[in-house]
Design a protein around this ligand. Structure first.
Ligand SMILES: [Zn+2]
Ligand SMILES: [Zn+2]
Length: 297
């Protein structure tokens, strides 16, 4: 008797769960839908190509690094710009640029190009779902992939500093520069370059991201790795916008190149905080000046 009464009482509510799924309660229309529809209609062949993620990553790297390179070349003549460099006492020279850029071009031709051709030949074209991701889904996906990448690289980085053979064989090349500039971001051994590329490819698969989220993460990852090495500390740099030192950014990574057994995390601040590997950070003269003025007011 009781089960029958309960059944009839709760049936109107229960059928909600019987006939629907959680997805039905999520916002149906994504703000990104018109943009996604445009991309799918007009650029379908480009987006479906297995080469597309490689092209946006490589061209993104050259584009962002060139922007900072232009600033590096202007900085010695523009004191107002120069004081936003973390180490204005060490200008970036043409020989630094040509050496790092030379290795990047060599690695793109010798490693990345053949791997990309193999991927283009063997990998099936990317499936483009009809629905765009929600904006919150895209942002959470990018942050999630970056957090995972930060964790993976922290472990890799500590191991490659603590084990002498690994350091000299695979990571020492990246530490040729005590003062960083944009092209140092990929001044890496082939093994380190491959590892970073692997996580950038695999993390969106682990977190089951939409392909638009995956591409956004890839471009974002390139931007933050270039910004990390840029040697600039602008008021709008991410580490100055995100509070509580949650984001380490360029000042933290510049310190890693000065004191290589500290600040192992590439982007966020929490891993070095948890394991006690962080140190005091040095801001650019311009930001230091602003901070002192702010305290005096
Ligand atoms: Zn570095
Ligand atoms: Zn290192």
């Amino acid at each position: 008797m009781l089960p029958t009464i309960a059944n009839s009482m709760f049936r109107p509510y229960l059928h909600v769960f019987e006939n629907t799924s959680v997805a039905d309660y999520l916002p149906e229309y994504s703000l990104l839908q018109p943009f996604w529809d445009y991309l799918r209609v007009h650029h379908q062949d480009t987006l479906r190509s297995p080469l597309f993620p490689v092209i946006i990553s490589v061209s993104g790297y050259f584009f962002f690094s060139t922007l900072f390179m232009v600033l590096d070349l202007l900085a010695p003549k523009l004191p107002l710009l120069d004081k936003y460099r973390i180490h204005p006492e060490k200008p970036v020279s043409w020989s630094d640029i040509s050496k790092t850029l030379g290795l990047t071009i060599y690695q793109n031709l010798v490693y990345i190009f053949p791997v990309s051709v193999a991927q283009w030949y063997w990998r099936p074209p990317t499936q483009l779902p009809a629905a765009a991701p929600n904006l919150s889904e895209l942002l959470c996906g990018v942050v999630g992939c970056t957090l995972l990448f930060d964790f993976q690289y922290y472990i890799w980085h500590v191991v490659h500093h603590k084990i002498q053979w690994l350091y000299t064989t695979f990571h020492a090349i990246h530490h040729e520069y005590y003062v960083t500039f944009s092209w140092v971001a990929q001044y890496l051994s082939a093994w380190e370059l491959f590892t970073l590329g692997f996580w950038t490819t695999v993390n969106p698969l682990i977190l089951q991201c939409h392909c638009l989220t995956t591409w956004a993460f890839m471009v974002f990852n390139v931007w933050i790795s270039v910004e990390d090495h840029s040697g600039y500390d602008f008021p709008w740099s991410m580490h100055n916008l995100i509070p509580f030192q949650l984001w380490g950014g360029s000042i933290k990574h510049a310190m890693h190149h000065q004191k290589p057994l500290t600040n192992f995390a590439p982007f966020f601040g929490h891993m070095d905080w948890i394991f006690g590997t962080g140190t005091d950070l040095k801001h650019s003269p311009a930001v230091q000046e602003k901070k002192i003025k702010g305290k005096d007011l």
